[in-house]
Design a protein around this ligand. Structure first.
Ligand SMILES: NC(=O)c1ccc[n+]([C@@H]2O[C@H](COP(=O)([O-])OP(=O)(O)OC[C@H]3O[C@@H](n4cnc5c(N)ncnc54)[C@H](O)[C@@H]3O)[C@@H](O)[C@H]2O)c1
Length: 436
């Protein structure tokens, strides 16, 4: 395919070299004449393993050339890939003016072009930027988005030092296109890369890049805090983290990576507090570990705000053990939520078949009698009764008995879902998900 790549910095130079190697006709564009001259003489503008050899080969066989002329680049390509910088501003926001400048320049050229063109953002940008770029290009070019041109997010996952290897072996290819034609062009562009392709909404694609990088930062910081504690305890932190990483069932798996309600139960809150205390005894700072319970409390507060903002007073709780399939109520965040609502004078009824049974059979009777007699009095035997007498229904755990509950709740009642009882359901009408 014929592609133009705007910005010949780290990402742009590597993209030029690799797309050229894949057999595409690549025009690199930069405002820096020095970088353009370097590429045209087969040299790399940055230090990166194998990059210069790729560029030299691409320039030699006519697959890669570089220019400062935007007009030439747009005219002679079907796709323009933007790889300019998105640096941090003092307030933490990213500076998008390089992105918007390039979009404006490309739009000026599209005005004169008759064939369909795709504008793809490979730089790291905040969700919503792609749509903004589409509007800018539409305004300036006087062409119609998704008819005369398309826009897409297509983030890059390379690491400096292993950039060529990472380009050829990505974890996946993410395409967030505004229209089918642009999506198809990008699929064709990546046909030679052996990795799964995920086609998403532009905002999802933009968010994936941010989420990945924040997740990496989280993992590094977590490992460092654990390592610091280990060192003071005379434990080998690398040995600990190596074994932690071997658990692909719970630790490195999707298991605990689903947005939803707060964690609870008899282990996590206790053990988070316990390790924090131990670190304090060792005179260590653990800002990340310290933040866990605060963030967890915020999620309970968010659930509470969702209920109070309905303005309705009759609230039914469906599921209040901390997870499905248990009657364990110790440190259940649902208990905290219910207590807060009782304290505010809400009229509460509660259904949880596991807890109800254990109350009857006496399994968890002591806990219920000693700690939540006030909630236990609000328990109903039948889910239908709770639905009938409530104006707001809160789904508190994903017990299979709630699988069809959404269809049982009339439209005049508000549903607050803390667990996403139905996959792919998003907030709409009387249904409100806590983070979807
Ligand atoms: N560096 C990385 O490892 C990496 C990895 C993944 C994603 N990213 C993201 O990719 C983006 C680019 O990063 P980078 O490190 O390659 O940037 P960079 O600063 O190294 O390069 C940007 C290039 O864009 C050029 N440029 C600026 N305005 C231009 C214009 N109007 N027309 C043409 N060229 C123009 C600059 O001259 C410069 O050469 C950023 O959003 C970054 O966050 C970077």
């Amino acid at each position: 395919m014929r592609i133009s790549i705007f910005g010949l910095g780290y990402v742009g130079a590597v993209s030029c070299a690799c797309f050229g190697k894949e057999g595409h006709d690549v025009i690199g564009v930069d405002v820096s004449e020095h970088k353009v001259d370097l590429i045209n003489s087969g040299k790399s503008p940055i230090i990166e393993a194998d990059l210069e050899a790729y560029i030299e080969e691409g320039v030699g066989n006519g697959k890669i050339k570089a220019v400062t002329d935007c007009s030439y680049a747009v005219e002679n390509s079907e796709i323009s890939i933007i790889c300019v910088g998105t640096p941090s501003q003092l307030n933490g926001n990213i500076d998008l003016h390089y992105i918007y400048n390039v979009c404006s320049e490309i739009a000026g050229e599209l005005k004169k072009k008759d064939s369909f063109h795709s504008v793809v953002i490979r730089s790291t940008v905040a969700p919503g930027t792609i749509r903004q770029c589409g509007e800018i290009i539409e305004d300036i070019s006087q062409k119609k988005l998704n008819v005369d041109f398309g826009v897409a997010s297509n983030p890059e996952f390379l690491r400096e030092g292993t950039a060529i290897h990472d380009f050829i072996n990505p974890p996946y290819t993410i395409i967030g296109a505004s229209c089918q034609q642009t999506e198809d062009q990008l699929k064709e562009l990546y046909a030679g890369i052996d990795a799964p392709v995920y086609c998403l909404k532009p905002e999802e694609s933009e968010m994936i890049k941010y989420t990945n990088n924040n997740f990496h930062a989280l993992k590094i910081t977590f490992a460092n805090e654990i390592g610091n504690i280990c060192k003071e305890l005379g434990v080998d932190g690398h040995q600990v983290m190596d074994i932690v990483a071997k658990d692909k069932k719970l630790n490195l798996s999707p298991y605990y990576l689903k947005p939803g309600f707060a964690f609870g139960g008899s282990c996590l809150p206790k053990d988070v507090r316990g390790l924090k205390y131990r670190a304090r005894m060792l005179d260590l700072k653990t800002p990340l570990l310290d933040s866990l319970l605060e963030s967890n409390d915020y999620q309970v507060e968010r659930g509470l705000q969702m209920v109070t903002s309905t303005g309705k007073k009759k609230v039914g709780i469906l599921g209040f053990a901390f997870k499905a399939g248990t009657d364990d109520l110790r440190e259940s965040p649902m208990v905290t939520l219910i207590e807060a609502l009782i304290g505010k004078g809400y009229d509460i009824s509660v259904y949880d078949s596991n807890v109800y049974l254990s109350k009857l059979l006496g399994k968890n009777k002591d806990f219920i009698a000693a700690h939540i007699p006030h909630i236990s009095r609000l328990m109903e035997e039948k889910m239908e009764d709770v639905i009938a007498r409530s104006e707001v229904l809160v789904i508190g755990n994903n017990s299979p008995e709630f699988n069809d509950v959404l269809s049982m709740i009339p439209e005049d009642k508000v549903i607050i879902d803390l667990v996403r009882i139905q996959k792919e359901k998003t907030s709409e009408g009387n249904y409100k998900g806590i983070c979807w």
